[in-house]
Design a protein around this ligand. Structure first.
Ligand SMILES: [Mg+2]
Length: 227
């Protein structure tokens, strides 16, 4: 069993990777197809939100009625997934500095790793697959599980305990936004804010992160925190 007492749960966008043009296009095409929304949706702050949350926000801002939103929501999310998987070869995703080395080291030290991301699950795997990072994460909580981030973090922890025999209490939630920090804290996990997204170290500290890093380039700095 891969378990040395530490469970590390990583956000994806802004934490492990950057670049999600195709993911953004999936939103654009889906809201156009199902709701006729042609507005520019690039002005929305997506950081730390789940895909269903983003979709709801886009549609509400476009004046779509709640009953209509709900009626087509699942079909719209399914279409987003299909669009993404069909176009992922065009995704401009890149692993952030130090990430590959860090994950390799954590795997070597038998740290159980999971994902806690607002991405729909198939999109999360495909995106990470593009940069060779998907195999590090046998478990996770995703936007397709729950629209609320704290719920998907809880789900990932439950999955680690039930399906991977995780018995430790050294759980870390690693993310680039105050939303990751809040979700992690709500489950009692320790949180590591990483300032590789749109939030500064100061903002992540203010949000209550237990630890804050500029980036993941120094694996020893990260190891010191978790061990
Ligand atoms: Mg993020």
């Amino acid at each position: 069993m891969v378990d040395n007492g530490v469970l590390a749960l990583f956000d994806i966008d802004g934490t492990l990777v950057r670049g999600a043009r195709c993911h953004y296009q999936a939103f654009v095409h889906a809201v156009r197809k199902f709701y006729g929304v042609k507005d520019d949706i690039s002005g929305i702050n997506y950081a730390g939100k789940t895909d269903p949350q983003i979709l709801m926000e886009v549609l509400e801002l476009s004046g779509i009625k709640e009953t209509l939103i709900k009626q087509h929501l699942q079909d719209c999310l399914d279409y987003m997934t299909r669009y993404y998987l069909a176009n992922v070869h065009r995704e401009n995703v890149q692993a952030l500095g130090g990430v590959k080395k860090l994950l390799g080291e954590l795997q070597r030290r038998k740290v159980l790793m999971g994902l806690t991301t607002g991405n729909l699950e198939p999109i999360a795997h495909a995106k990470l697959g593009r940069v060779g990072l998907d195999s590090y994460f046998p478990l996770g909580g995703f936007g397709s599980d729950y629209p609320q981030r704290r719920c998907l973090v809880k789900k990932a922890i439950k999955c680690a305990r039930q399906n991977f025999g995780y018995k430790g209490n050294s759980i870390f939630v690693i993310g680039d936004t105050p939303r990751d920090v809040n979700a992690g804290k709500s489950t009692g996990a320790l949180t590591i804010g990483v300032a590789t997204g749109r939030y500064t170290t100061h903002e992540l500290e203010k949000s209550g992160a237990d630890f804050v890093l500029n980036d993941l380039t120094d694996k020893n700095e990260f190891l010191e925190i978790i061990f």
